[in-house]
Design a protein around this ligand. Structure first.
Ligand code: ADP
Ligand code: MG
Length: 600
């Protein structure tokens, strides 16, 4: 049997590094947390090549004298645990004295620091865990840490480094979360020596910091909330459900000041928004939860971000009801009556569909004799919510192909309802209701797909190119994917920094606002995670273009426009759903109406 040996210090540090330092973003996170712990009010973050080659954090915190500086890079060296009682902080805040030793063991590492009591600063250089020099240098009070060539001596890890844009997106997300928790600290991020974003000091109003993170476009649609139950305190900002996002990335949850991605709280939040969002839509929200440290168990692993509460159920219900109540106070739902907070808590909820779809007569006991003039939908219905499924089922029974060829164009138009729905009558006397936005969106999508197949989505060059400003993570993504946008009809040029010049757009988007289209595509999670551009992915971007170029609900249509829409519905066989999975039309058989009026 092999002999047991104690691992050399440098090797055990390397192993620990695997736990603490997963990727450049986690290095940035550890260093930023140290700067915040040191009381810094101004922190500069300079990154090159997504952090693969260069990460530098400069703070104006309290700094260290030369003895402490040397100790700080030793394993298990921490100034944050002095007494036995402090030990509980190991689990609550994750102080383990491992970050600096780990990071310096897998990089070329420089630390320059000075505290107020020292006359000169100290510079320490470490290469792959080996101290290479210690000297006195001139320096202001504070600390600078430079991490170069991360994982240069652990090739296996280096292989797993992600694309630069992915890493920058992670760093940006993480900075946003730290910035939200520390509104009085100034942060500035640069990438490849270009400034990408500053978070200026939000001295008086933490709300300003929230706007810094979410963008000022939501400033009239953001509501603060506060609640207290026993020793549990809750506050934050929620954004109107009219500004949904395609992922849960803009939901920021903090427990005792620490950013977490806790699934149970996340689900309580989504539950609170129930009835207000479509499938695949997520709210934007910041939530701070404060509770006594002994009522929460923060996982020791620094990257897991999961927590456990002593009273899980109580926290869940508190979060849910506070969100639901505040939403109810501030906005009337788009679709009929959203459930009240009590409804949600009691489980008396209804899916987020227009309430005209649920007339009393429309019970699940649909008259088996009811006939439909509309052929079966070609779309799979498995992913739809229960009401939609029920509807689909109700509609696709015994088919009677009387109008098979001119399904929609053969309808008699009765008129437009609420500037959003076309009401029509089929020859066999059924009432057909068409959602004009959903139908048009689907038509445009089919047109785009057709054009894409022939590799010619029409681009309209703009006489006056439009400039747009993006958030840094988005700008980075766009810059690297200009060719993808070209494929779907855009002609865009990087203009330096986060500015872009839009020279041409898909013809279908003429007269529409371009920036929201680009931002929505860039925010699609698939964009960040894969730079491959399979057809499936391109299609999902075409959805976005289609959605933005469509007739919106709340738009008066002339008879001719309605006729044209119905003809196009036939052209593309729109018996299915819109690209979001919503139904494009529904049908109310005469027999059902008669039943409702008790005529049968
Ligand atoms: P931990 O944060 O768990 O204590 P670290 O390895 O991250 O462990 O840091 C070790 C010690 O180095 C800290 O406890 C702190 O005393 C000191 N230190 C690290 N970064 C800074 C900084 N930016 N400013 C002042 N002191 C720092
Ligand atoms: Mg630390």
């Amino acid at each position: 049997m092999a002999q047991i040996r104690i691992l050399p210090e440098t090797l055990s540090n390397k192993i620990a590094a695997g736990e603490v330092v997963e990727r450049p973003a986690s290095v940035v996170k550890e260093l930023l947390e140290n700067s915040l712990d040191a009381g810094a009010t101004r922190i500069l973050i300079d990154i090159e090549k997504g952090g693969h080659s260069f990460i530098q954090i400069t703070d104006n915190g309290q700094g260290m004298d030369s003895d402490d500086a040397l100790l700080s890079v030793e394993r298990h060296a921490t100034s944050k645990i002095q007494t036995d009682e402090d030990l509980f902080k190991i689990s609550t805040l994750g102080f383990r004295g491992e970050a600096l030793s780990s990071i310096s063991s897998v990089s070329r590492f420089t630390l320059i620091t000075k505290n107020a009591e020292s006359d000169v600063g100290t510079q320490i250089d470490i290469e792959g865990g080996k101290l290479s020099s210690v000297k006195s240098v001139g320096a202001p009070v504070g600390t600078l840490i430079r991490v170069q060539d991360l994982f240069y001596n652990t090739p296996a890890r280096r292989k797993f480094l992600k694309a630069i844009s992915t890493e920058m997106a992670h760093i940006a997300d993480m900075l946003n979360s730290l910035a939200l928790a520390h509104p009085k600290v100034f942060f500035r991020l640069t990438h490849n020596k270009r400034e990408v974003k500053t978070w200026s000091v939000a001295e008086a109003h933490a709300r300003d910091r929230v706007l810094d993170v979410f963008g000022t476009s939501i400033q009239n649609r953001i509501y603060d909330f506060h609640a207290k139950e026993g020793e549990v305190k809750l506050h934050g900002w929620l954004v109107s459900s009219r500004h949904p996002k395609p992922s849960s990335k803009n939901i920021y949850i903090f427990v005792n000041g620490r950013y977490v991605r806790d699934r149970s709280i996340l689900s309580a939040i989504l539950q609170g928004y129930q009835g207000r969002l479509m499938k695949g839509e997520f709210p934007q929200l910041v939530l701070f939860l404060e509770l006594p440290p002994n009522e929460v168990d923060v996982n020791v692993h620094p990257t897991k971000q999961e927590v456990r509460f002593l009273e899980q159920r109580k926290i869940y219900q508190l979060v849910l009801s506070v969100i639901a109540q505040n939403l109810q106070r501030h906005e009337t739902p788009l679709w009929g009556n959203a459930p009240t907070p009590q409804d949600i808590l009691m489980g008396r909820t209804t899916p987020s569909l227009p309430n005209f779809q649920k007339p009393a007569s429309f019970s699940s006991k649909t008259n088996p004799g009811t006939q439909s003039s509309f052929p079966r939908s070609s779309q799979p219905i498995g992913s739809l919510d229960s009401t939609t499924v029920f509807f689909q089922k109700a509609l696709v029974k015994e088919e009677e192909p009387i109008l098979a060829h001119k399904k929609f164009s053969g309808l008699e138009i009765i008129g437009q309802f609420h500037n959003s729905y076309i009401l029509a009558e089929s020859s066999n006397g059924h009432l057909i209701i068409i959602d004009q936005h959903a139908a048009h969106e689907r038509i445009v999508f089919e047109q785009l797909k057709e054009a894409r197949k022939k590799a010619k989505i029409e681009t309209q060059q703009l006489l006056m190119p439009e400039t747009i400003e993006l958030k840094f993570a988005q700008a980075d993504l766009l810059e690297q994917n200009l060719s993808v946008f070209q494929k779907i009809g855009f002609d865009i040029e990087a203009f330096g920094g986060t500015t872009f010049l839009i020279k041409g757009i898909p013809s279908l988007l003429i007269g529409k606002q371009i920036e929201p289209v680009l931002v929505e595509i860039l925010e699609k999670e698939s964009f960040a995670s894969s730079l491959e551009t399979g057809e499936v992915q391109l299609e999902s971007y075409l959805h976005v273009v289609a959605c933005h170029s469509s007739i919106r609900g709340n738009q008066k249509l002339t008879m001719a426009e309605m006729k044209k829409l119905l003809e196009d519905m036939d052209r593309f066989d729109l018996s299915g759903n819109c690209p979001h999975g919503r139904p494009t039309w529904i049908e109310q058989p005469l027999a059902e109406l008669e039943k409702a009026f008790r005529r049968t």
